[in-house]
Write a protein that binds this ligand. Structure first.
Ligand code: FES
Length: 251
């Protein structure tokens, strides 16, 4: 990479010492950024400079850095994950920006996701929803024969589409109501169409939906921002499925 292709950027980064700190934007220069760097690599370099200068580095979540774990969670220029179609922050490359750009970086903002520090939010509420029923109870023991319970191809595909959800919370951050309906609907739908999910289906949807409300998430009012923000392209049709499953569970 030749030097003349690098970029100089101005970052406005949300800094917040802890949950009770009001927080504010601070401005940093990101110099000589390669277009081939990932967004997180760019932040790593900014942090190295902050550490060398004896300052507190910017706290942000990450783990796999390949779009699988769902840990990276930043609102970039007002868009969860930066707004590039089906892309997590860790998969975002600096080539989508240009020299001289100003970039605003914020944490997920939702009542159910309190800020822990800077860009890191507490997403335990999503785990609480899963604990309420996002599983199938099964006896442990030998590995079951893959052909013991046959699953028709359309159902298997439908379940796999729902299972693409990585639980990052972008749907919540994108939603004007801070709703986690897309997340919950993907988790409910993934099991609702499989034979293994039937025994607990009614209890699962009821308890997961009620937990969703208790955790402080808002309701869905059909903005579809969740689908637009989702880095895995989870479709809002799963919310319709969640609503149908919930109604079924009441009778
Ligand atoms: S760090 Fe794992 S999905 Fe981004």
């Amino acid at each position: 990479m030749s030097h003349d292709k690098t970029m100089n950027l101005t970052l406005h980064v949300w800094r917040q010492k802890g949950p009770k700190d009001p927080g504010k934007f601070e401005v940093y220069d990101a110099k000589d950024v390669s277009p081939d760097q990932s967004f997180l690599e760019m932040l790593d370099e900014v942090n190295e400079d902050l550490i060398k200068a004896g300052k507190d580095p910017i706290a942000f979540d990450h783990d796999c850095r390949e779009g699988i774990c769902g840990m990276c969670s930043q609102v970039i220029n007002g868009m969860a994950h930066g707004g590039q179609d089906r892309t997590t922050v860790c998969q975002l490359h600096m080539r989508m920006f240009k020299d001289g750009d100003t970039i605003y970086i914020e944490p997920w903002r939702a009542r159910a996701f309190p800020v822990i520090k800077d860009l890191v939010v507490d997403r335990i509420a999503l785990d609480t929803i899963i604990q309420a029923g996002g599983y199938t109870s099964a006896h442990t023991g030998g590995i079951a024969d893959g052909n013991a319970i046959l699953v028709p191809k359309p159902e298997a595909e439908y379940a796999m589409d729902a299972a693409e959800c990585i639980g990052c919370g972008a749907c919540v951050a994108g939603c004007p109501n801070g709703s986690a309906m897309l997340f919950t609907s993907a988790k409910v739908s993934q099991l609702a169409v499989l034979p293994q999910g039937q025994a607990e289906a009614a209890r699962r949807v009821k308890e997961m939906t009620e937990t969703l409300q208790e955790c402080g998430f808002g309701n869905c009012t059909n903005h579809y921002e969740c689908q637009a923000a989702c880095p895995k392209g989870i479709n809002v049709k799963f919310i319709a499925k969640l609503n149908r499953e919930y109604l079924k569970s009441l009778f």
